[in-house]
Design a protein around this ligand. Structure first.
Ligand SMILES: *Cc1c(COP(=O)(O)O)cnc(C)c1O
Length: 412
């Protein structure tokens, strides 16, 4: 006897809201129409068309990662799969790893190395602070690790390791490979893989790149690639083995069926980035985030991290006494159709500034929804002052037009 057809399954239409929610949390973020369209296509994963697309994805990735001959590979999976791929290929079981831990995601890298039976030394950075050069240097000298793991932007508590370039240089002096988690920051703020001497850069689709979740990219330096080629032991992860992935990404042959739709989507996401160019994109992210921060402070709320260690790609806001963070999120979503994020630790709520989130119209809608929601829950905030601060900060900035709008040549 067959098991009966399940009852009470309704079509998506009756689950999803009529109007999509504005995704202003810590990811996934809104995707441009061209990315969404590309994601709706399926093609042969091994044909000539795919080969041409893969070539372009690698070329565009080298620009976005800022590397001349970095070895780019894609991964079917979340940012965490790319993290695990970096760790699995560079960390030899039994070797020593220094993990700079600023919070949830950087600690995940440490855990991944531990699971590979590496000897992991954690440099625990105080909450809300960036990693200090002196401490990293002392740990490098004392422990002599083969690999260092670090996050550029710690999305969980909105801290940025601004001195990443110097940390990578120190690691290089100690002959230590550097793995950088740039899932939330890549293409939102400067990162120069070659110039800074980074050996593996990781990103996911759904954050800085403004693409879909489930497709990720990784770039390995020459030094990292030589290390991978020279390993004699068999990797424990079959899907994440870079030598096997090379079959698909460089030799037009089969490893596993590539996530073709996701690769088309990330192709389009990166094409929009190269149209915009990195300097303009960095500037757009910086200005939008600063304007949002000014707006939040003028409302009368406080930001979680001091400016010296503050991440711009995700903004953390202290939840004032007398309100529940969760209740605010629920109200904003239900009443204003704007989604922002809670947190995994500190009592903060977080607003993302990644990709399409950094558009003036999205900022106004989000700041208004935030302020109005707090006020309706009994907080005394100055909503007009917040919106005015957002406007006056944005106003000082020559706003680049959205590439799609530019084509229509609409005057400012
Ligand atoms: C989101 C995020 C990750 C994890 O990405 P998933 O796609 O959820 O696996 C890792 N690192 C950072 C910095 C992130 O922001």
């Amino acid at each position: 006897m067959l098991i009966q057809v399940p009852e009470r399954i309704v079509p998506l239409d009756s689950i999803l809201p009529d109007e999509p929610l504005l995704m202003m949390g810590a990811g996934p973020v809104p995707i441009p129409a061209r990315v969404a369209a590309a994601n709706g296509i399926v093609i042969n994963h091994l044909g000539d068309t795919m080969a041409q697309i893969i070539e372009q994805v690698k070329i565009m990735s080298r620009y976005v990662f800022q590397t001349r001959n970095g070895h780019i590979l894609g991964v079917a999976g979340p940012g965490s799969a790319a993290m695990e791929m970096a760790v699995a290929n560079l960390v030899v079981p039994g070797s020593k790893v220094l993990s700079v831990c600023n919070g949830f995601f950087s600690s995940r890298l440490a855990e991944m190395a531990q699971r590979l039976e590496a000897e992991v030394v954690k440099l625990q950075v105080a909450e809300g602070e960036a990693a200090s050069l002196e401490k990293v240097e002392a740990y490098l000298q004392q422990h002599k690790p083969q690999v260092l793991t670090i996050v550029q932007g710690e999305t969980s508590n909105t801290v940025c390791n601004h001195n990443l370039a110097q940390i990578a240089a120190l690691a290089k002096q100690h002959d230590c490979l550097v793995i950088v988690d740039a899932v939330c920051t890549l293409s939102t703020m400067p990162l120069e893989m070659d110039e800074w001497g980074i050996d593996a850069v990781i990103t996911g689709g759904q954050k800085g790149l403004s693409c879909i979740p489930g497709i990720s990219l990784i770039g390995f330096s020459d030094r990292a690639w030589q290390h991978i080629q020279s390993r004699k032991d068999q990797l424990r992860h079959w899907c994440l083995d870079a030598k096997l992935a090379e079959q698909f990404w460089y030799k037009k042959s089969y490893h596993y069926t590539a996530p073709v739709s996701g690769i088309l989507a990330i192709h389009e996401a990166m094409r929009l980035i190269i149209n915009e160019t990195l300097p303009i994109r960095y500037e757009r992210h910086l200005r939008c985030s600063q304007a949002l921060q000014a707006g939040i402070e003028a409302l009368g709320l406080q930001l979680y991290v001091e400016p010296s260690a503050r991440l711009n790609s995700v903004v953390g806001i202290n939840v004032p006494a007398g309100v529940e963070g969760k209740a605010i999120l629920k109200y904003m979503s239900a009443r204003y159709r704007v989604e922002i994020s809670g947190s995994f630790g500190p009592n903060i709520i977080r607003i993302g500034q990644m990709g399409e989130q950094c558009r003036a119209h999205n900022l106004f809608r989000t700041l208004h929804a935030l302020g109005a929601s707090f006020i309706s829950m009994g907080q005394q905030l100055d909503l007009p002052a917040g919106v005015a601060a957002l406007e006056s900060t944005l106003d000082k900035y020559e706003f680049p037009l959205h590439p799609e709008v530019e084509k229509l040549s609409i005057a400012r």
